[in-house]
Design a protein around this ligand. Structure first.
Ligand SMILES: C[S@@+](CC[C@H](N)C(=O)[O-])C[C@H]1O[C@@H](n2cnc3c(N)ncnc32)[C@H](O)[C@@H]1O
Length: 390
């Protein structure tokens, strides 16, 4: 497949994608292997073509075959890195981080005894047997699930992707699977992948916070299954309020307390829009020593549309109103196309509006099992800051 000079320059700098407008002549059918060629005739590697918003993903710069031996080498290297950076007391982690580990379009999460493959596109289909073969030989999983998470820019209907999402190998677990994050138990559902019940990319942020929860009052908003709340409880927080729109996730948060032998009953679980909850706390005069904000990039609620880009300063202002003097704001976004500089600016705008003087305590990204390839700016998506508000 021929590409233009612009694409050639990027590919020579190890960028792993070719966009449709960079293809010269006809695109190849999704899933077919192609050798990329620049205008100078230079061979730019072996790729798999796609029919979506990306025209091809590069797997081998040297043009060699996508063989089992090649896959074994890629996955062995990924596993070796996780064995170094993920401790023995963590059984839920990212085993392969797509482009950043040399496997564009395909992530693999490991949950105790289950693997969840997260494909951006059905074009990676030819790679799946190679991956499952390696997983079975090297990690003896009880089950391997396939799930799809197409990029929002991909307008194809993922429910029609082949092979269909679901169990690829082994057996479904009889109940929720208990994984650990640095010893903290969390219950996950591999068949609900990609979002099974824990976001492992936040592990190091929770690790950093661990010594500082003792005796505090905590407000965890956009809490999902409550990983920050459970971490706070294990760290000795005095009172924990967990807020999420979904009552179903809050039930799972309570179950996550119990699986750590923590009694959820003295704590508060509130199924409510975060903005509404923050407003209620402000009116009641409730103040918290730690406030966690970890919203999705986009969401719809009874309150209308939320977009991190537009609404983050307003969210920070509302949160700052309920942070006690000397309290900490922990704010995160997983929006890949927002730069760290822009995100920090949005948070600071919100704090300034409330007239809160802030000291930055931590600036963090994903845990190291989510490495970011420097030639792939999209690889670094998570941004997290901790600020102390005077
Ligand atoms: C990115 S996840 C949060 C992950 C969580 N902090 C963790 O570490 O596991 C986003 C969560 O926000 C919830 N959510 C979305 N819109 C909301 C809203 N307006 N108010 C409260 N929760 C909301 C979703 O139900 C989802 O559980």
């Amino acid at each position: 497949m021929k590409v233009n000079a612009y694409s050639e320059r990027w590919l020579q700098r190890d960028f792993p994608w070719v966009y449709p407008k960079e293809v010269v002549g006809k695109r190849e059918r999704g899933g077919s292997q192609v050798i990329l060629e620049g205008p100078s005739g230079a061979k730019l590697g072996r790729a798999i073509a796609d029919d979506g918003w990306i025209a091809a993903r590069v797997y081998r710069q040297d043009g060699g075959p996508l063989s089992q031996a090649w896959m074994d080498e890629v996955l062995d290297a990924a596993l070796e890195h996780r064995q170094r950076v993920v401790g023995g007391d963590t059984t839920g982690y990212r085993l392969v981080h797509g482009e950043n580990d040399g496997l564009p379009g395909l992530r693999i999460d490991w949950w105790s005894h289950y693997a969840v493959l997260i494909a951006d596109t059905p074009a990676v289909g030819p790679l799946l047997p190679l991956v499952t073969d390696w997983l079975i030989r090297r990690l003896t999983p009880r089950g391997i699930y396939l799930s799809y998470r197409p990029d929002p820019r991909d307008d194809r209907d993922a429910s029609r992707f082949q092979p269909p999402a679901g169990l690829l190998y082994g057996k479904a677990p009889p109940a929720d699977v208990r994984v650990t994050e640095r010893g903290m138990g969390m219950l996950v559902r591999p068949h609900e992948g990609p979002d099974v019940g824990v976001y492992a990319d936040m592990r190091e942020v929770r690790a950093w916070l661990e010594p500082y929860w003792g005796g505090t009052s905590v407000l965890n908003t956009f809490a999902y299954t409550g990983a920050f709340s459970v971490a706070a409880a294990l760290g000795g927080a005095a009172e924990i309020t967990t807020v999420d729109l979904s009552p179903h996730y809050l039930e799972r948060a309570e179950a996550n307390f119990r699986t750590n032998e923590l009694d959820p009953t003295p704590h508060t679980f509130l199924a409510m829009d975060t903005f509404k909850a923050l407003d209620r706390f402000r009116r009641k005069g409730d103040r918290f020593d730690r406030v966690v904000l970890d919203p999705p990039s986009f969401s719809h609620s009874g309150e209308g549309r939320w977009s991190a880009k537009q609404d983050y300063p307003r969210l920070v202002s509302a949160a700052a109103k309920v942070v006690a003097p000397g309290g900490w704001l922990i704010a995160a976004t997983n929006q890949g196309d927002m730069s760290p500089k822009v995100f920090r600016g949005l948070v600071i705008d919100g704090l300034r509006k409330e007239g809160r003087v802030a000291q930055e305590l931590l600036w963090a990204h994903e845990s190291p099992d989510f490495p970011a390839l420097v030639s792939f700016p999209e690889g670094r998506y998570l941004k997290v800051g901790v600020w102390r508000l005077r």
